[in-house]
Write a protein of this length. Structure first.
Length: 433
């Protein structure tokens, strides 16, 4: 009844141009998503039919007088196993996913059907939506029910989809996950999944010997604010021991990662450097004052993530505050500067505006990126916030030494143009000033 769409034969690809090949990859990616979504629709339709046919109990068999449990999902899973050559676990996962997307996340399924999402996006949406039903406790430690249930849960899921699916076709899974995390923090403002006392009691550090007999695994659980400070401290130590090439290999052959390990070991002996380290927290003043519990954005040299209000307050309590002025849309206001190297003030504002590398799908923190002149300085480009953008070293080189180009979008964000002429828009969510 249904036939597969015609696709070009592999032996025709050597004669295709670069742009045609990229177009083919884009088409295949969208069609892969559309076909997977269509499969989920088919699974859900079969599930409904089997549930109606098998309400849950089958007649007694053999010498038993009791009916046996036999659900429509079980019957369908067996058919999927035979038809698709998959295991029971995989079959039940597909059935559950089809039901969940159809009933709980219809906008996500619609976007998947249109080819705007890939399976990574869908999994991220499902994982985030599942957390809305997780039990939470109030900040004072009182036990509570799930934060959202029944009608309120449907409203929260719809809000999650409405907010986080906007422009999702431009986001990688990591970028979508970051957006989802922030929205979840906002939806759960004033609540936490564990009390502070529980988190404090759950702290640990464990050292386990590896099988080679000469190395060990170090694992642990510690407060997020302290973990971020420690991570930034270790990076600062590693950078300081090789200032000529902070992220490269030093004269002793140690990589940056190896120097971070040495810095951690030096803490035990009191040796090593004590660099000035920085954790940037972008948080609303009303949150710091305790008037609301909106999440904040945290950027370290190695991480860029959303954190709950209590973590933001913890980080900001012992930090240096800097005021950043924005317009009503959240755009950072800046001033010009004709020197090539941006001032610390300009650099801070660019990093506050674009918290990560501006290349599509790249999530390297802005603090760990080059501040690139979008219009080259030698061609009259100013050292201003409008003409500077954080780019990781790889994507900076890509723009400088290849035919890739980047231009600012009229409002917020950037447009990258590849050598084949394809354009990719990227933008960052406005920070919570």
């Amino acid at each position: 009844m249904f036939e597969a769409a015609a696709l070009p034969a592999p032996d025709t690809l050597p004669g295709a141009g670069d742009a045609a090949l990229v177009d083919l990859l884009i088409t295949l990616d969208r069609e892969r998503s559309r076909m997977d979504a269509l499969g989920l629709h088919a699974v859900e339709e079969l599930r409904r039919r089997r549930v109606a046919e098998h309400p849950g109990l089958a007649p007694a068999d053999g010498g038993s007088a009791e009916p046996v449990q036999l659900t429509g999902e079980q019957v369908l899973a067996s058919e999927l196993c035979a038809a698709l050559r998959i295991g029971h676990g995989t079959a039940h996962h597909r059935i559950t996913q089809a039901k969940t997307l159809t009933e709980d996340l219809p906008a996500t399924l619609d976007a998947y059907t249109a080819g705007d999402l890939h399976h990574g996006h869908v999994n991220a949406m499902q994982d985030a939506a599942a957390l809305l039903t997780a039990p939470v406790v109030a900040v004072d430690g009182d036990e509570g029910e799930p934060l959202y249930s029944e009608d309120a849960l449907r409203v929260a899921r719809a809000e999650l989809e409405k907010t986080c699916l906007e422009g999702v076709q431009r986001l990688s899974r990591a970028q979508l996950s970051r957006r989802l995390t922030r929205k979840l923090h906002s939806l759960a403002a004033g609540h936490t999944r564990r009390t502070r006392a529980t988190r404090e009691a759950g702290r640990f550090v464990r050292i386990e010997a590896c099988d080679d007999g000469v190395t060990a695994h170090l694992t642990g659980v510690l407060p997020l604010a302290e973990a971020l400070r420690l991570d930034t401290f270790l990076t600062g130590c590693a950078d300081a021991t090789n200032p000529e090439n902070p992220r490269g290999v030093d004269a002793d052959g140690r990589s940056h990662a190896a120097r971070r390990v040495d810095a951690l070991l030096d803490l035990n002996t009191g040796r090593g450097t004590s660099p000035s380290v920085q954790v940037n927290v972008t948080v609303a003043a009303t949150t710091l004052l305790g008037l609301d519990d909106e999440p904040a954005e945290v950027v370290t040299p190695t991480l860029s993530l959303s954190v709950p209000a209590e973590v933001a307050r913890d980080l900001a309590a012992c930090g240096t505050w800097r005021r950043i002025l924005t317009d009503p849309t959240g755009t950072v206001i800046d001033v010009g500067d004709r020197t090539y190297r941006p001032s610390a003030r300009i650099a801070r504002r660019v990093q506050a505006r674009d918290t990560t590398c501006i290349f599509p799908s790249c999530t390297r923190p802005a603090q760990n990126c080059d501040l690139d002149h979008v219009v080259p300085f030698a061609q009259g480009g100013g050292t201003t916030a409008e003409n500077l953008a954080p780019e990781c070293r790889h994507h900076h080189r890509l723009k400088t030494h290849t035919r890739w180009q980047v231009k600012p979008l009229p409002k917020r964000g950037w447009r990258w143009t590849s050598p084949t002429g394809h354009t990719y828009d990227t933008s960052t969510d406005p920070p919570p000033y």
